[in-house]
Write a protein that binds this ligand. Structure first.
Ligand code: IMP
Ligand code: MG
Length: 181
């Protein structure tokens, strides 16, 4: 495993840039195979912004022409665990009725964030609401939800990079890593 040091923090690389790029090509092909109707992709910000940017471009190469709109959700966390309450800080502007919606998020952990978003969009009469997450973290599921598309199974560690932060740091890393010290 490779390790890098940033600002005095040692970070183990868990998923490299190359691995992520390869996996995203496969995910985009799987999504395209569903032949979605009036596809609306909704990245759940902030953590998913880099994943979503790469996934959306891969979707173009896979022959899709999605619309994209953004939702900012805050799931409150004491320290590094999710507390359960989800708030909408920014809602989408698009109409969802009758459309196939794809939610994009960085990590599925308790599942509360995605379950909340899925209920919200289903209530607005989307034709379907599916989800694509980069990482699936096992063992913490509190909501009854499973990602329809998932990049990697994630070890039960707090991870950063590729859009994900620890106290607003490390979003810029082009890989997914674990802060060791
Ligand atoms: P859930 O609602 O518990 O599924 O929480 C998922 C959200 O928590 C993700 O969208 C992330 O923003 C955040 N999260 C969970 N685990 C991690 C982690 O290891 N690193 C960074 N963010 C995390
Ligand atoms: Mg998030």
């Amino acid at each position: 495993m490779s390790t890098i040091t940033i600002d005095g923090h040692r970070i183990d690389v868990l998923f490299s840039e190359t691995e992520i790029a390869k996996r995203i090509t496969v995910l985009a092909a799987e999504i395209a195979a569903l032949k979605p109707h009036k596809l609306l992709v909704i990245p759940i910000l902030k953590g998913s912004f880099i994943f979503a940017a790469d996934l959306i471009r891969a979707m173009h190469h896979a022959g899709l022409s999605p619309e994209v709109d953004f939702m900012i959700l805050a799931s409150y966390r004491a320290a590094q665990t999710s507390s359960g309450k989800v708030d909408v800080l920014r809602d989408i502007e698009s109409m969802v009725e009758g459309r196939d919606v794809l939610l994009v998020d960085d990590i599925l952990e308790s599942g509360r964030t995605l379950a909340f978003a899925k209920d919200l969009l289903s209530a607005r009469r989307a034709n379907s609401v599916r989800s694509c997450v980069l990482l699936d973290k096992p063992g913490h599921l509190a909501a009854n939800i499973k990602a329809d598309f998932s990049g990697f199974d994630c070890p039960d560690l707090f991870v950063v990079g590729y859009g994900m932060d620890m106290s607003h740091q490390f979003r810029e890393l082009p890989f997914v890593g674990h802060v060791v010290t």
